[in-house]
Ligand binder design. Structure first.
Ligand SMILES: [Zn+2]
Length: 365
């Protein structure tokens, strides 16, 4: 149990490094081998943010945008209501998310977008239709999913994006959608086929009108209760209600993520599917996805993690072991908790080398 206080110390790197080297030198390593650099956190994994009902241009939106920027996400998904009132998309999107945008209409805050390729994928909300100069303004502002992506839908109202292990399906849940919003609509048939054809580890469906919600404002949008799980989705994310809620619908999580910066709604009686509910402050979701595991968090403007939900694909460990890792420019020390103890790994690497040299040792509890 020597490791516990050490892990909690404020400056663990030098201590860990020293202990790791000492353990490896004095003990008889269980195995010594050279191995490829890179791990579950390597380029096969992505992190993305999800924000909903946020486009107010207010300090509330700015606060949520700030925590998202701190996460350095690879891309951003939205659950809709990207713009409220008479503001422009440049004011509410360009001002805060220019680093993830590409090929947007040039504006005062964001001239076309700073990203190498588009990394901002909105779903259309009812306010994207009703406010400002209407939905055409949304279509004019964005280029969706982006010039470097192939969307199988052929339109910008609903589309899909593959990014690493994640395949996101962005739907248009607004009843004005020309291809329909019912479970047998043309849009739904597209989704069913696209989900069936996807070989991504994680297939995430996102749109504005949350199919299940126990908020006292809107509640469940029953027309969007499609058989997402049966069609192959791993999670469903909605907004519209200005709350955060996680529900378990069959075997997959459904999220209401509509508390991104416009206003906050109350709750009614919880639905039987409801697991976690929060409306204490504005915030957004941070999702980290590797090929065999995915972690969803909801984090408020203060940086507090309100909810954390981790999911392994079938056949993986029910609860993946926690890994702690410290890195310098030339070395990485990793401690992985396993049954009966820990596996300590020290890897030496440099940018000039394509391979890292690693020493591994098992420490009994
Ligand atoms: Zn809405």
């Amino acid at each position: 149990m020597l490791l516990r206080p050490l892990l909690n110390s404020k400056r663990p790197l030098l201590l860990i490094l020293a202990l790791a080297l000492l353990t490896l030198l004095l003990g008889r390593p269980a195995s010594v081998r050279a191995s490829m650099a890179g791990s579950a956190q390597g380029e096969d994994s992505v992190r993305f943010a999800v924000i909903g009902d946020f486009g107010s241009g207010s300090p509330r939106e700015a606060g949520v945008a700030r925590i998202i920027a701190d996460w350095h996400p690879d891309f951003i998904l939205t659950a809709g209501d990207n713009r409220y009132g008479s503001t422009t998309y440049d004011q509410v999107i360009g001002q805060f998310f220019c680093d993830w945008l590409k090929d947007v209409e040039p504006g005062e805050y964001c001239v076309g977008g700073n990203a190498a390729r588009n990394a901002f994928f909105p779903a259309a909300g009812n306010h994207d239709y009703s406010d400002g100069r209407g939905f055409q303004e949304y279509l004019n502002y964005f280029t969706l999913p982006g010039r470097d992506f192939v969307s199988s839908s052929g339109n910008e109202r609903y589309y899909d994006v593959r990014w690493g292990p994640v395949h996101a399906f962005i739907l248009n849940s607004n009843p004005g959608e020309p291809d329909g919003v019912g479970a047998n609509s043309r849009q739904a048939r597209w989704l069913k086929k696209a989900l069936a054809q996807s070989d991504a580890p994680w297939r995430i469906v996102i749109f504005h009108h949350a199919p299940y919600s126990s908020s006292s404002a809107h509640g469940s949008s029953v027309w969007m209760q499609w058989p997402f799980e049966a069609w192959g989705a791993d999670a469903v994310i909605g907004g519209h209600d200005h709350t955060y809620e996680r529900l378990q619908v069959g075997g997959i999580p459904y999220f209401v993520n509509g508390i991104g910066g416009n206003s906050i709604y109350g709750f009614g009686d919880p639905l039987p599917e409801s697991v976690v509910r929060y409306n204490g402050d504005y915030g957004a979701m941070l999702v980290e996805a590797a090929p065999t595991r995915i972690t969803y968090r909801f984090v408020n403007r203060q940086g507090e993690v309100i909810d954390r939900y981790e999911y392994p694909v079938s056949g993986a460990n029910p609860k993946p072991p926690p890994v702690r890792r410290w890195s310098t420019a030339w070395s990485t020390v990793q401690i992985e908790e396993v049954d009966g103890g820990w596996v300590l790994s020290v890897c030496f690497h440099s940018k000039a080398l394509s391979k890292a040299f690693c020493l591994h040792r098992t420490i009994a509890r």
